[in-house]
Design a protein around this ligand. Sequence first.
Ligand code: ATP
Length: 199
Amino acid sequence: MYLKRLEIQGFKSFADTLKLDFNKGISAVVGPNGSGKSNIADSIRWVLGEQSAKTLRGSKMEDIIFAGTQNRKPLGFAEVTITFDNSDGKIPISFGEVSITRRIYRSGESEYSINGTSCRLRDIYELFMDTGVGKEGYSIIGQGQIDRILSSKPEDRRFLFEEAVGIVKYKNRKLEAEKKLEIERQNLIRVEDIISELE
Ligand code: ATP
């Protein structure tokens, strides 16, 4: 699996559609200060489901929509599409290419899709769970993050290893199953109460 393409429209400083094609191996984004290099990394975090405006260096989510310049009006929405090559099948979906799109309007409403089909944010989280990609993945290492990882508590650092060995999915499923079991336990107690009242 590798990052193949990024399409950005109306996101931060990119008012016009920007298409970036990546090849296998190392790619570098270079440019003068303030030209939008970090905005590209932000767009990747955002399309993969980032919900914190602070992480995207804004104060509210609307800040990621192109705010206009002296010669150009602000835009009403932002959209980013990220495409991964999935010929090795690392992403658990039967497509050789996987595209995730996120669009946001000034009202705050967000829309997500996987290969053009509308989906929930949860579907995107689940798709990338245990791949190292995704909002909580280790594929984007921001400034200061290495320091934070090294100085974090072992139990917090453990999450990174769990993602790398691929057990986050199972831990989440276990938690969900335990929640359902607890609800059923409560239901059973209620049923037993009703039966004893009837007897
Ligand atoms: P440096 O090398 O200094 O870190 P950079 O190339 O990483 O810079 P970015 O931080 O990605 O640059 O981009 C900053 C620019 O993006 C600023 O000029 C800022 O005004 C612009 N910008 C951020 N949000 C928006 C927005 N919503 N609308 C328009 N422009 C925006």
